[in-house]
Design a protein around this ligand. Structure first.
Ligand SMILES: Cc1cc2nc3c(=O)[nH]c(=O)nc-3n(C[C@H](O)[C@H](O)[C@H](O)COP(=O)(O)O)c2cc1C
Length: 335
């Protein structure tokens, strides 16, 4: 095997966090059915200082590893005491890493200098890290964007982070103001990698194996986080590492079925289960031959019976085309 392909297989693949989608149920079912992911992140927790973690929060933190894959809890906060409180709590549950969210782009978050809204303020990041690293009882990693207003903000942030034993920094290659629009920007990565003393990971717009290889050729990282690409085609990490085999439609069908029953259990057979599943289906539909029709079929279901019939119809009547078809990138369908 050539050196380059060896590099693909040895690249760490992380599952990106998605509020409302990559829940504890999703992570557990995913880890049971698919291969290729080396680490998973929880969607962010927030306001844990004022309110403490409610029962639902604790429920979401039950599994420290899943099928051998470590799970990392994420916190969105600009308050070092809150970060430390969360870190102490997850440490007491058995976790050995906590991740700080410096990437959330939503204006109501960013305006308060939280998430990517903190990136233009490296001085404030330093103050927080100063406090956090006085007491942090476990590994501390960061997930960020290139900046909030401009991509070069990341360079000042890396200079600050270099002064602390941050375990890794994963960068979604967009600025906060872009939200999820426009292309990812890899231009600054050579500079970021040269400057950083911390291990750097890449995140953004990897929707199939070709994208993964293209990014590996462009950006010299050994850590790649997959987000929407994995939601569109849960087999993507296994396809990248060529570790997943078997009939794709059958395997995805089993995954969907398992997820459905686990969500029903989690929500005591309330229809919330369907709402959560529909969030995932919006992505998943792009791996079928007619995403628009698939999602429409699913979206209109209002009962468990209707949902089950819709899934059966989709699996029978529509072709699973997977990530290779690239339908998500060009999609215009609305949720
Ligand atoms: C609905 C939604 C929820 C998200 N929730 C989180 C979150 O809780 N924490 C986080 O760090 N990123 C979150 N993200 C960002 C993703 O983890 C990821 O960084 C982003 O989608 C870019 O990667 P991708 O192009 O591979 O999808 C979210 C994104 C979306 C669209």
């Amino acid at each position: 095997m050539s050196g380059f392909f060896m590099e693909i297989f040895s690249t760490e693949i992380q599952m990106a966090p998605f509020q409302g989608i990559t829940t504890s149920v999703f992570r557990k079912v995913y880890a049971k059915h698919f291969t290729g992911v080396d680490k998973m992140f929880t969607p962010f927790f927030t306001n844990v200082y004022k309110e403490g973690l409610n029962r639902r929060g604790e429920d979401e933190l039950k599994d420290i590893t899943l099928n051998g894959i470590p799970v990392v809890p994420q916190i969105l906060s600009k308050d070092p005491e809150e970060i430390l409180r969360f870190a102490e709590f997850v440490k007491s549950l058995g976790y050995d890493e906590v991740n700080w969210n410096l990437g959330c782009p939503f204006p109501r978050v960013a305006k308060k200098k939280r998430g990517s809204g903190m990136l233009p303020y490296p001085g404030e990041i330093r103050k927080i890290l100063d406090e956090v690293f006085k007491k942090i009882p476990l590994k501390f990693s960061i997930k960020s964007r290139l900046g909030y207003e401009t991509p070069s903000e990341i360079l000042k942030v890396v200079e600050v982070i270099n002064d602390y034993p941050v375990s890794e920094l994963t960068v979604h290659a967009r600025i906060g103001k872009q939200l999820y629009k426009g292309d990812v920007n890899t231009d600054l990565f050579p500079e970021i990698l040269k400057l950083s003393r911390i291990r750097v990971g890449f995140n953004g717009d990897i929707f199939n194996r070709e994208d993964f290889i293209r990014i590996k050729e462009k950006v010299d990282v050994d850590l790649i986080m997959l987000g929407r690409g994995l939601l569109v085609d849960p087999l993507l990490p296994g396809k990248i590492k060529k570790s997943d085999t078997g009939d794709e439609t059958f395997r995805v069908g089993k995954f969907i079925e398992d997820l459905y029953f686990q969500y029903r259990k989690k929500f005591n057979d309330s229809l919330t289960a369907l709402n959560v599943l529909k969030e995932l289906w919006w992505y998943l539909s792009h791996s079928f031959s007619n995403p628009h029709k698939v999602f429409k079929t699913l979206k209109k279901t209002r009962s468990f019976d209707e949902y089950e019939d819709a899934v059966k119809l989709i699996l029978d009547k529509f072709e699973w085309v997977g990530s290779e078809a690239g339908l998500f990138r060009i999609s215009k369908i609305e949720k």
